[in-house]
Design a protein around this ligand. Structure first.
Ligand code: NAD
Length: 417
């Protein structure tokens, strides 16, 4: 999906209309699916380090609880607004259904610029936000997780504040928290691992040998770096990697671990030894087998789509392909693995984390990775089957799968009263 559309929620609803048409969905069900169940908007006064008070706006949109408790990340960003949070909450609903995990969908956000705030200010903001939604979240109600510019530390503050209100520790109220307070092994790299597993399944379907397949990766954050490492373990040759400062290229392959060490040392992948510079826009058009956009929205557009040469695109990022580019690439025969499938590994391991918390268990990394692989392979093949049977794109097929599962739940639950 494209977040650059003037109104992301309207874009999400246009997508829902397409799916409803494909599925000949009952209009009454579509009407319910077009509305978030609950929207919380809250003013958050925070004492800043210089003694002034700033009032931020926070949101929590609880879209659907038809398949289970609400589940969705919390984003801190200057562009956060109600329509964006509503759209993201709808997409979380379909994503959890595609992954076939027992959750509905939600999303939260605070309009703020975390890059201009101290850690102490972010902590006060997070605790105030938590206190204002304390009655709305909970391990059986709505389980937040990290998203853009929030991380395991943010989740630890949220967990601590929520537990303080309850009077006892409630680790299952958030996922993506540090392992020391109930986080799961493998959560940090789960999104990238899921995207790599989807890529392997796509290659298998297309008869492409992963051993020696060439890969370009845009973005070397949490998703990009883990997808690189897992694809390399699968035998792929990572020929290009980029971050916000630019990209690096070596036809014979880059070592993902060494590139990460270089980035940690210097702040960027650029100037890594034995590599030449490649601009971000050129990286997308490289002659290779697999492309992983793992940074920004709307990088594959109507303009550059005709020049894309890869056979498989696995959308680690949310919304990297505009609808127009998606249509061009589908026509060209590129196997597009859409975001709600390609990056559902993160929420899948979040589900494992929650299940461990509720059962007071701690699984090993091997157990987590094995269970993740089973879930991802199943989700990929479910979507592929729909795409083949209905002769529709993998993207539409993923939405068909997600929306039809939610609609089915809604159908049997019925309406109250
Ligand atoms: P991150 O902040 O850890 O990393 C983002 C990376 O993108 C960084 O390396 C940054 O330098 C790079 N980048 C920024 N601007 C760029 C530009 N103009 N060109 C190239 N690279 C640029 O974020 P992340 O968690 O890795 O998330 C990346 C994408 O994946 C986002 O769209 C996010 O919504 C999506 N996603 C993440 C998760 C998760 O579990 N982390 C789950 C689902 C989806």
């Amino acid at each position: 999906m494209s977040l650059n559309d003037t109104n992301p929620f309207e874009a999400a609803m246009r997508q829902l209309d397409l799916v409803a048409e494909e599925l000949s969905l009952d209009k009454k069900i579509v009407e319910v699916l077009k509305h978030p169940n609950r929207v919380v908007i809250t003013s958050l006064p925070v004492k800043m380090d210089d003694g002034t008070i700033k009032v931020f706006t926070g949101y929590r949109v609880q879209y659907s609880r038809h398949r289970g408790p609400y589940k969705g990340g919390i984003r801190y960003h200057p562009n956060v607004n109600l329509d964006e949070v509503k759209a993201l909450a709808a997409w979380m609903t379909w994503k959890c259904a595609v992954a076939d995990i027992p959750y509905g969908g939600s999303k939260g956000g605070i309009t703020c610029n975390p890059k201009e705030m101290s850690s102490a200010e972010l902590e006060r903001l997070t605790r105030r936000y938590t206190s204002s939604i304390v009655r709305d979240i909970g391990p059986f109600k709505d389980i937040p997780a990290p998203d853009i510019y929030t991380d395991s530390q943010t989740m630890a503050w949220l967990l601590d504040t929520y537990s303080e209100f309850q009077g006892y520790a409630v680790p299952g109220v958030v996922t993506g928290k540090p392992i020391s307070v109930g986080g799961s092994e493998g959560r940090a790299g789960a999104t990238g691992r899921g995207a790599a597993l989807c890529t392997r399944e796509a290659a298998r379907h297309l008869g492409i040998d992963m051993n020696g397949a060439t890969v370009a990766i845009q973005g070397y954050g949490k998703v990009g770096r883990s997808v690189a490492q897992v694809l390399r373990e699968m035998g792929c040759i990572i020929i290009a990697i980029s971050d916000s400062k630019g990209g690096i290229f070596n036809q014979n392959g880059l070592d993902p671990v060494k590139v990460l060490e270089h980035k940690k040392r210097t702040g960027s992948v650029v100037d890594f030894k034995d590599s030449t510079y490649v601009a971000n826009k050129d990286l997308l058009e490289l002659d290779c087998d697999i492309l992983i956009p793992a940074a920004l929205e709307n990088v594959l557009t109507e303009e550059n789509a005709p020049r894309i040469k890869v056979k498989i695109i696995s959308e680690g990022a949310n919304g990297p392909t505009t609808p127009e580019a998606g249509a061009i690439l589908h026509k060209k025969g590129v196997m597009m693995i859409p975001d709600i499938l390609a990056n559902c590994g993160g929420v899948t391991v979040s589900y494992f984390e929650w299940a461990q918390n509720l059962n007071r268990l701690h699984w090993t990394l091997d157990e987590v990775n094995q269970k993740l692989e089973q879930k991802i392979v199943k989700a990929f093949n479910d979507v592929l089957e729909i795409s083949t049977k209905r002769n529709i794109s993998m993207r539409l097929a993923a939405y068909v799968l997600g929306v039809s599962r939610v609609a089915e739940a809604l159908g049997v639950l019925g309406l109250f009263p």
